[in-house]
Design a protein around this ligand. Structure first.
Ligand code: BES
Ligand code: ZN
Length: 460
């Protein structure tokens, strides 16, 4: 059980009130004289993320005020987790069900610390849940979020293809799922030439992790995650600033493992398959080169115009394999392009799908889950930017325009039109510290996808 929640408290828990700047003045008037003068003395004005501890006559904390700024943005609540002293608290402000869910969630998410390599202060505040029935869902969502962030934050030295596979197998074993891997030359023998070609330059052998879970008679959902454990760019080497964060290039893999964990823990009635091509895009005498042409698993030939567009190459073999079984739904998650971040910034996730209704539904779910997801167009005319004079397609358009769209159009070549497909181009990284969002790995889209899958498949 996560330490940050309790379902009952001995003695009185301390109330936390959320205050917006707009309602602050009138609220202040309703307070008794001593509280009012204390609050005025602290100059608390309900600015977003500000906290005021109001004492009783014995100098104990009587209540906590959290400034929300202009509106009740539940993410602000993460500010409390690391700021409040040891004690048991509860939310005293009346909230809608959805707000209460997000309030609890962001309280929990505020406790994330990446501890393997540095000592952090222990955080000891605990929240008494107003409805104890919410505990298990919250725990599952929060612990999965932490797992995903830990996997991404871990340096490549400790999270190469082999360690990523180990982490995947550990999750599979937790739920008695079947896990297998193809490693190194087995990829060539079994027909995954693009995964092998991208990963072969590294001393840490490339691999394909393949996990199956659930009743084969249930509708099949296949998750595909980009597992580039480090992206140097290959021979088209990245600049040092471009390479600095590239241990996070396996974030897609971490995300599909997280989503799989949520699905398996909730025992959703689906037949789940997880495919993770795990490689290091390294540089050595055996590195693949610009100008090389790969005959991919699907038979489509790809001219490599840029070795830094490696993600789509490893994904294309995995997507081709996924499609052979005609699943009901394919979801791929990948830190695929810098262009997606240029278009949407670091906090909004780009979504591509050939099914506009589905894409709209997911972004609406994203709003409810406080996970901004934006549908982007699979604009067919841009397919010409991937035309090759030597092969069926090039891997990267060098036009400099529409990089996220052309990457998605490349992947689409490997997914038949009649299979529902969602492609997420994710950032998965906080560039600076914000409440509950410390610099480093971030998990995105997970709650929205899980909620959508529950709605789509859990109707009994
Ligand atoms: N891993 C990167 C994409 C990326 C970069 C994600 C920065 C998040 C932040 C990917 O493998 C890559 O290098 N893509 C290239 C593609 C280009 C060569 C067509 C990019 O986006 O620059
Ligand atoms: Zn790259």
């Amino acid at each position: 059980m996560l330490n940050c929640f309790v379902t009952q408290a001995q003695g009185e828990a301390i109330p936390i009130e959320f205050l917006t700047e707009e309602n602050f003045e009138s609220w202040l008037k309703s307070q008794d004289e001593s509280d009012r003068s204390w609050i005025l003395a602290t100059a608390f004005k309900a600015k977003q993320g500000t906290i005021c501890l109001v004492p009783d006559t014995k100098a104990h904390i009587k209540k906590v005020l959290l400034g929300m700024g202009s509106s009740l943005d539940m993410q602000t609540i993460s500010q409390l987790s690391a700021s409040l002293p040891k004690g048991i608290y509860y939310f005293a402000t009346a909230l809608s069900q959805q707000q209460e869910y997000l309030a609890n969630l962001f309280w929990g998410l505020g406790f994330y610390q990446f501890t393997p390599y540095k000592k952090f202060p222990s955080l000891e505040a605990q929240l008494k849940l107003n409805d104890p029935n919410h505990l298990s869902k919250l725990e599952s969502l929060i612990s999965t979020n932490f797992l995903v962030r830990d996997l991404i934050n871990t340096p490549t030295e400790d999270m190469g293809p082999a360690e990523l596979a180990e982490a995947a197998i550990k999750i599979a074993e937790e739920f008695s799922a079947d896990a297998k891997q193809l490693i190194g030359d087995e990829l060539l023998e079994q027909g995954f030439p693009a995964i092998h070609m991208v990963g072969r330059a590294s001393d840490h052998a490339p691999r394909l992790i393949d996990i199956r879970w659930g009743n084969p008679r249930h509708p099949k959902v296949t998750l595909v995650g980009k597992g580039v454990c480090f992206d140097t760019g290959g021979l088209d080497i990245k600049s040092s600033s471009g390479m600095a964060l590239m241990r996070k290039d396996m974030a897609g893999a971490a995300h599909v493992l997280g989503l799989a964990r949520l699905i398996m823990a909730a025992q959703l009635p689906i037949r789940l398959r997880i495919l993770i091509p795990a490689v290091e895009n390294a540089i050595s005498g055996d590195a693949y080169r610009p100008g090389d042409i790969i005959r991919t698993r699907k038979g489509i030939t790809v001219e490599v115009t840029n070795t830094d567009a490696e993600g789509r190459l490893i994904l294309c073999d995995a997507l081709a394999e996924a499609a052979t079984e005609k699943p009901d739904l394919i979801i791929d998650i990948a830190s695929l392009t810098g262009a997606a971040k240029v278009a949407l910034g670091t906090e909004v996730t780009a979504l591509f799908s050939q099914n506009d209704v589905l894409a709209k539904k997911i972004s609406e779910t994203g709003l409810k889950e406080a996970e901004p997801i934006w549908p982007m167009p699979l604009y067919k005319p841009y397919r010409r930017l991937l035309d090759s004079n030597f092969a069926d397609i090039i891997n990267a358009s060098m036009s400099g325009y529409a990089g996220a769209i052309t990457a998605a159009l490349f992947l689409k070549e490997f997914v038949p039109d009649d299979i529902d497909w969602l492609h997420f181009d994710i950032m998965a990284w906080n560039m600076a510290n914000k409440p509950g969002r410390p610099e480093g790995a971030e998990a995105v889209t997970l709650r929205s996808l899980f909620s959508y899958l529950q709605e789509r498949y859990n109707k009994q």
